[in-house]
Design a protein around this ligand. Structure first.
Ligand code: 87F
Length: 516
């Protein structure tokens, strides 16, 4: 691992211990001591890395900023993918796949907005020992890959709208602070790229997609987000305007951009000559959008819900929703208990739940409890001799440790209620914590005080870029500068309200804070 890449202490340690030599086993693996060595409140950064690894979502890799996504992660990704893919198909958006490689000529076409991003572009320069005649870039995003073909495929108004999406990986060679899911050099995402005849159609789609992103966070990941518009400084430089969903991590006091839906206007149509003959027979430029969400979503989920026992998975995305653990006693009929576990799993699976039994005989029930708690399984069902005799099972919730005895005859019904309740409770608790971190301010002094208290700050602003630059400069410190997160669509009253920096009449309320 190259030095000076700003890696986190945890990253270095784990990469060296586990990854060098291609995944050799750690020397000793004790059966006990399943717990985490860091606490969420005390050392959030180390806690996060440890939860990702011990929860079996991530394995560190011997290239800094690259991570192995284990099945426990991919199941979450696939659930969100299934939802989103079905929704965009209803909108008549079609899937496609464009190549990973970008020729330098095409990449340059976009140079105005690429300029700032150029240091992050990774290049292939050799095959075997020989230098390539022309180095080839690896896509950091696919505008330059796709739009030359949009130009070719779009001729007349009947070719519109053109609405394509691709599920793929992208590479951005980040240099600061690699963090699993949140900032990695390769990540998975979907990128949608659409072209319309009119601005109205493009505007409408931007919001429809943003609503799907809100639903991914709120309905699937149980994370509250704020929908809004990015400032001129924070928008995608190549675009016309950018909307986003913004989440917040209370422990670090940082906002995190959850997903973006951009209206590109006609900027790329100009650059790539994407024109069509309209109904009047005139040549016109298309209106375009692009939008994406990535595996970052999963990192936000870990950060928001995880606790000192490990991951906490919302039932809707959990790979295993219910883990059934046999609790045999010395003289009990072990076989009958195991059979009851199997029967319970079958009943639950037939009812459409994702349930598994942990029947391994080389681990104690206590060890299994800790193991599945670490992995964040929403509900544990324990079956022992007493339960068997009473025709019941004991259910234990991961989110609040509540235990209740369920009569077997009511199993399906009660498990459904409990999972729904867990999903809702995770959202409610996350929202309560997030809301407790929101502070509305009117003046610079209040702003600085709130920033010191790790708040997400709602402040009236004159909407001038110079002012945002000034705020950034004046708040620059070890933990990073404050910037705008978004101007929420849901705007408080502006009447007679002045900018918290300049005292001029405010043009909008905006969220400010430190961010990822
Ligand atoms: C890094 C290197 C090169 C972000 C980059 O948000 C280029 C870029 O264009 C780059 N990092 N971006 C902006 C991506 C904009 C846009 N692309 C399609 C999206 C949604 C999906």
């Amino acid at each position: 691992m190259a030095s000076g890449e700003g890696k986190k202490s945890g990253e270095g340690k784990k990469a060296n211990a586990n990854a060098k030599g291609g995944g050799k086993k750690k020397e000793v693996k004790k059966e006990t001591g399943l717990g985490l060595s860091y606490k969420k409140e005390e050392n959030f950064g180390e806690w996060y890395s440890e939860v990702c690894v011990n929860g079996e979502m991530i394995e560190y890799y011997d290239i800094s900023g690259c991570y192995i996504l284990r099945p426990w992660t991919m199941a979450v990704w696939e659930t969100m993918q299934t939802f989103f893919d079905a929704e965009i198909k209803k909108m008549k958006i079609k899937n496609c796949y464009f190549p990973l490689f970008v020729s330098p000529g095409v990449l340059q076409k976009e140079k105005d907005h690429i300029e700032g991003f150029a240091p992050e572009v990774a290049w292939v320069t050799k095959s075997g020992q020989s230098d390539l005649e022309v180095p080839i870039a690896i896509r950091p995003t696919s505008e330059t890959v796709m739009y030359p073909y949009y130009s070719k495929w779009i001729r007349g108004h009947r070719d519109l709208p053109l609405r394509l999406n691709q599920w793929c990986n992208v590479v951005r060679w980040e240099f600061s602070h690699p963090t699993p899911f949140i900032r990695s050099r390769e990540f998975l995402w979907q990128e949608g790229h659409t072209a319309f005849a009119t601005k109205e159609e493009a505007d409408k789609e931007v919001l429809e997609i943003l609503e799907l992103y809100r639903r991914i966070y709120e309905e699937y990941l149980a994370i509250p987000v704020i929908k809004g518009k990015k400032s001129e400084m924070e928008k995608f430089a190549g675009g016309f305007y950018t909307t986003s969903v913004e989440a917040f991590i209370p422990n670090t006091g940082r906002g995190i951009q959850g997903a973006t839906s951009h209206c590109l206007g006609q900027n790329f149509a100009k650059m790539f000559d994407i024109t069509f003959e309209n109904e009047k027979g005139e040549k016109a430029m298309v209106w375009q959008n692009s939008w994406a969400y990535s595996t970052r979503t999963i990192g936000v989920m870990v950060m928001v819900h995880g606790d000192d026992k490990g991951l906490v998975m919302p039932p809707k995305v959990a790979s295993v929703q219910i883990i059934v653990v046999p609790v045999p006693f010395k003289d009990a009929d072990t076989q009958a208990i195991f059979d009851a576990c199997d029967a319970t799993v079958n009943t639950l699976n037939e009812a459409g739940f994702r349930a598994e039994a942990d029947l391994r005989d080389n681990y104690s029930p206590g060890w299994k409890y800790s193991h599945w708690e670490m992995k964040g399984v929403p509900l544990r069902i324990e079956i022992g001799p007493k339960d068997l005799a009473n025709k019941q099972a004991r259910a234990v919730r991961r989110d609040n440790s509540a235990k209740i005895d369920i009569p077997i005859v009511n199993l399906v019904e009660q498990v459904k209620d409990m999972l729904d309740n867990i999903q809702q409770n995770l959202f409610d608790v996350a929202k309560q914590k997030r809301d407790a971190c929101i502070k509305t301010v009117r003046t610079w002094d209040e702003f600085i005080e709130a920033l010191g208290q790790k708040k997400m700050i709602l402040a009236p602003w004159c909407d001038e870029m110079e002012v945002e630059k000034d705020v950034k400069a004046r708040t620059k410190g070890e933990t990073g500068a404050a910037k705008t997160l978004c101007a929420p669509f849901d705007q408080p009253d502006l009447e007679g309200v002045n900018c918290f920096v300049t005292g001029k009449p405010a043009k909008k309320w905006s969220y400010w804070g430190r961010s990822y």
